[in-house]
Design a protein around this ligand. Structure first.
Ligand SMILES: *C/C=C(C)/C=C/C=C(C)/C=C/C1=C(C)CCCC1(C)C
Length: 247
């Protein structure tokens, strides 16, 4: 294959021209793919009850890898944000992150109803966010505010609602450690998304950044939140499995 063909295939021409947004799509794709392989292979190193959590981590980064493959291409072809792909990805992966919270607390009595509430809140957050991103300059602040209510509900559940109560009553140091880190992810890590959204024309940060930097925010946030979230669960799973092996 000649150089231009290869460059075209992977979007290297744009990357060589140092478009930071294109670079993060490319790195995001590779990092998600590598993480999936890691989580799926490492399922073999943890105890039975953790295997499902690691499978879900692998699915989250795997679904993201496929979407990044298409999003990178879409961005290189059109120079615009792959908004629809982005929201399809999130609509699959954010509920799976809610499943991770459920799986962590299930041994201590989590009910399906808790999972249901988290998933409904995440769908409210994402559907209204999508409407806001596509509805134009006049109403994206309003939809962003509604979306934020869904987000805050998830934060509430984890900090003070069912998930918080279950992990407190569990008396499990491993769960306590995981929850401490996951709380940092859903407050600091997830808050990068609404900041990115505010770059949209007509919103609070428009003008401070180029419009395309919305994808820079989202790509960095996805890498932190999807891969980091999975690594937290992995580290707790490994620590707990080693403990049972010794006992
Ligand atoms: C893997 C993908 C994740 C963890 C995506 C998370 C997305 C959010 C927390 C998005 C939140 C938004 C708001 C809180 C308001 C503005 C619209 C959104 C959808 C960007």
């Amino acid at each position: 294959m000649n150089y231009t063909l290869v460059a075209d295939l992977i979007g290297l021409d744009r990357i060589i021209n140092s478009d930071p947004v294109a670079i993060t799509f490319f790195i995001g794709y590779m990092a998600m793919l590598a993480s999936s392989v890691f989580f799926l292979v490492e399922r073999g190193s943890v105890d039975g009850k953790w295997k499902l959590s690691l499978l879900v981590s692998g699915l989250i980064t795997g679904i993201a890898a496929v979407h990044y493959y298409y999003m990178r291409d879409f961005y290189l072809q059109t120079g615009t944000s792959p908004t629809a792909f982005r929201y399809v990805d999130w609509t699959l992966t954010v509920p799976l992150m809610c499943v991770e919270f459920y799986l962590l607390t299930k041994p201590f009595g989590a009910k399906g109803g808790t999972l249901f509430k988290l998933i409904v809140a995440s769908l409210v957050m994402l559907i209204t966010g999508y409407i806001g991103e596509t509805s134009g300059i006049d109403s994206n602040i309003m939809w962003g505010v509604i979306s934020t209510l869904g987000y805050l509900y998830i934060v509430y559940e984890v900090f003070a609602g069912d998930i918080a109560k279950l992990s407190k009553d569990s008396n499990s140091p491993a769960l306590g450690r995981a929850m401490f880190l996951l709380k940092i992810f859903i407050t600091l890590g997830w808050s990068i998304y609404p900041i990115g959204y505010m770059v949209l024309p007509g919103n609070l940060l428009s003008g401070a950044f180029e419009v395309s930097s919305i994808d820079l925010f989202y790509n960095i946030a996805d890498a932190i939140n999807k891969i980091g979230f999975g690594l937290v669960i992995y580290s707790v799973a490994i620590a707990e499995s080693n403990k049972t092996a010794k006992a």
